[in-house]
Design a protein around this ligand. Structure first.
Ligand SMILES: Nc1nc2c(ncn2[C@@H]2O[C@H](COP(=O)(O)OP(=O)(O)OP(=O)(O)O)[C@@H](O)[C@H]2O)c(=O)[nH]1
Length: 390
């Protein structure tokens, strides 16, 4: 699937940068164009792969290149005001050559949280290609204001995009990890999952062709539910099979993959992907549509495995709209299963996020009015005998 990726804010820019690196490393050709938008100059300078002419610094007259300090209302205002500057970079995107836009943003901060929904609304008005979002939820330990930002951005972003793919930082943090190295690891996890998903269907000439290759239209149809999506992933090294005979030697001495084993491996990877840790944990039977992708060296992929995986997913989700196929990757050393669950509705994490956000908002309002009163009490003398100078 050919994408124009736009990273909004620091997290968005870093993740898009990582997608480009993944594309170059794996030969996947999903990222046709990449743009990074930010209110903080330093965040743009830190990018290694997004071309400089596609890096856009907005809000210079308001925040002088220093970011919006987690004020997402200001982030949204600046995005509205400077949308023409963003359009200038989007003008470099070869629109005829892309299947969709993907806007990536951390939802807990200010720039991406406020700006990404504004950009989604704008792109949908101008272009006919679908506009998807990849929204990153903050960790629970980041505090109330980040949760409030994320909850408000989530509501708006879902409404403005054709589908919001969600990654929850909280489900992926590990104790004892520094913030920096934590994000590096988490960003790898993000890119691996979505890289396989979006890389599927981009088999170029000369690549190995699988038995039932996923086409980008199948990804688009799956995401056509709108709403919120989550992704599961599981992988296994092919040269170190867990149990059973992976391959047998043919009479000419070359190896031949045991097809029963390959089938079982794919179905078991699909199960592990769907029942393991999702990018946004949810009840999988609340998904409206789903898609599974089996990726790996073509000799380890087969139609039967994908079919069995699809049947299993139909049972688990209670939905007949389960698409599936393979994504052959010539030199990979792993077979992987990726499951996209689209239009999910039972997501306890989002409900919890909203509850904490409402609590935070009430608390902020209460403290603000209390402290206004306290400041007045402090400044004025008890009996109002003193007059200010002017
Ligand atoms: N997965 C991941 N999440 C990140 C990363 N950096 C920040 N985040 C998350 O994204 C949220 C928003 O942070 P930023 O992207 O830094 O904020 P911003 O959009 O640049 O906005 P301001 O800094 O307020 O101007 C944070 O609360 C974190 O949850 C990253 O590299 N990877």
């Amino acid at each position: 699937m050919k994408l124009a990726m736009i990273g909004f804010g620091q997290a968005g820019g870093k993740i898009v940068d990582k997608f480009i690196e993944y594309d170059q490393r794996t030969g996947s050709q999903a990222v046709r164009s990449a743009v990074a938008v930010n209110t903080a100059k330093a965040d743009l300078v830190g990018l290694d792969y997004v071309p400089e002419e596609n890096q856009v610094l907005i809000g210079q007259s308001r925040v002088k290149g220093h970011g919006v300090g987690a004020d997402n209302e200001l982030g949204a205002e600046i995005a509205e005001e400077d949308i023409d500057e963003v359009q200038g970079a989007v003008d470099n995107v070869p629109i005829h050559d892309i299947d969709a836009f993907l806007i990536v943003a951390g939802m807990g901060g200010g720039t991406g949280s406020g700006g990404a929904p504004v950009l989604a609304k704008y792109l949908k008005r101008i272009y006919t290609e679908p506009v998807y979002g990849l929204g990153i939820l903050p960790g629970r330990d980041e505090g109330g204001i980040y949760t409030l930002n994320a909850a408000r951005s989530f509501q708006t972003f879902v409404r403005e995009v054709d589908n919001l793919l969600v990654f929850d930082n909280d489900a992926w943090r590990e104790s004892g990890e520094s913030v920096g190295s934590g994000y590096d690891r988490i960003n790898e996890e993000i890119v691996r999952r979505f890289g396989i998903l979006f890389g599927a269907g981009e088999v170029s000439r000369g690549d190995e062709v699988g038995e039932s290759v996923v086409d980008s239209s199948e990804i688009i149809n799956t995401l056509d539910t709108g709403g919120v999506s989550t992704v599961g992933y599981a992988a296994e090294e092919v040269d170190n099979p867990s149990g059973g005979l992976l391959s047998r030697f043919k009479s000419d001495g070359t190896e031949d993959v045991d097809s029963t084993h390959a089938t079982n491996r794919i179905t078991s990877l699909v199960r592990k992907a769907a029942l393991g840790r999702l990018t946004l944990p949810c009840e999988i039977d609340s998904a409206e549509r789903s898609l599974l992708v089996a990726s790996g060296p073509p000799e380890y992929l087969n139609r039967k495995g994908v079919e069995k995986g699809r049947k299993w997913l139909e049972n688990q989700t209670g939905s007949m709209e389960v698409r599936g196929g393979d994504y052959p990757t010539g030199d990979a050393e792993q077979v992987a299963g990726v499951v996209l669950l689209s239009g999910v509705s039972q997501v306890p994490r989002v409900e919890e996020l909203q509850d904490v956000a409402v609590e935070t908002q009430d608390n902020i309002d209460e403290i603000r009015s209390e402290s206004q009163q306290n400041t007045t009490d402090l400044i004025e003398d008890d009996d109002g005998e003193l007059d200010p100078l002017f």
